[in-house]
Design a binder for this molecule. Structure first.
Ligand code: 9D3
Length: 222
């Protein structure tokens, strides 16, 4: 059982997603358990303040350390891996998902506003992850991406065992094209080799297609 705690000011951004499809099935099968922690619940002032102006000036607001320390420390154990989602992190890859799927407790700290007070990262964060070079409004969807890629790798989550090993990126190249019925649709026909029943020829065709696509679209993977 992988325990996942998500620390965010906006749990509603992710709760619907976690209640659906593969994530729900993973929960029902006992592979994973999700819990949201809202730092606002750990504020002690009358206005429940979670952010403040940056020392040194400049635009935007910074998440205050006190509610974040209290939120993280309410769930953190020696077995926890605390991950801060931020544009300054290492860019997320399949190898990260494979490593995270082997942990027992993941704590995702989602940044809001300009980010969190650096002392939170220094004292509590084990790893900082970005999901790519584009600007999001906060870290919640990034946490959802990392969670999705990780949870589907857990034993018993993907119906057929071994399906995860057939993924592009696990194999290191892109997938081949896929076709289903009908054989001809609006004048476009399925490549005849796929109808031949020759399994060796089909495997060879798929491998060649996958390699050619990777060469054209993602030469960086080769
Ligand atoms: C340059 C000043 N800020 C732009 C208004 C920087 C900035 C702060 C906070 C940019 C984005 C964010 C919010 N993004 C995330 O928290 C985030 C993120 C992302 O934006 N892109 C890719 N991965 C991630 S993980 C978390």
């Amino acid at each position: 059982m992988l325990r996942i705690d998500i620390i965010t000011l906006f749990p509603e951004m992710l709760s619907g997603f976690l209640d659906q499809s593969m994530m729900k099935r993973a929960c029902n099968r006992g592979a994973v358990n999700f819990q949201f922690i809202n730092p606002r619940a750990f504020t002690t002032d009358v206005h429940h303040t979670t952010d403040d102006r940056p020392f040194g000036g400049g635009p935007g607001m910074v998440m205050k350390p006190e509610p974040l320390f209290a939120a993280v420390e309410s769930v953190k154990t020696p077995e926890s891996r605390v991950i801060y989602l931020s544009p300054q992190g290492n860019v997320f890859r399949q190898t990260h998902a494979e490593r995270l799927a082997g942990e027992t407790h993941l704590v995702f700290l989602c940044g809001h506003y300009e980010g969190v007070d650096e002392r939170v990262i220094e004292a509590l964060v084990d790893e900082e992850i970005s999901i790519g070079d584009y600007v999001l409004t906060n870290g919640v969807l990034a946490a959802g991406v990392v969670i999705d890629a990780t949870v589907r790798l857990l034993p018993g989550v993907l119906g057929g065992e071994g399906a995860a090993e057939q993924d592009s990126f696990s194999s290191g190249i892109l997938d081949h094209p896929h076709y289903t019925r009908p054989e001809t649709f609006r004048g476009q026909s399925v490549p005849p080799v796929l109808l031949s029943g020759n399994h060796a020829a089909i495997a060879a065709w798929r491998k060649e297609q996958a390699l050619e696509r990777t060469r054209l679209r993602r030469p960086d993977l080769l």
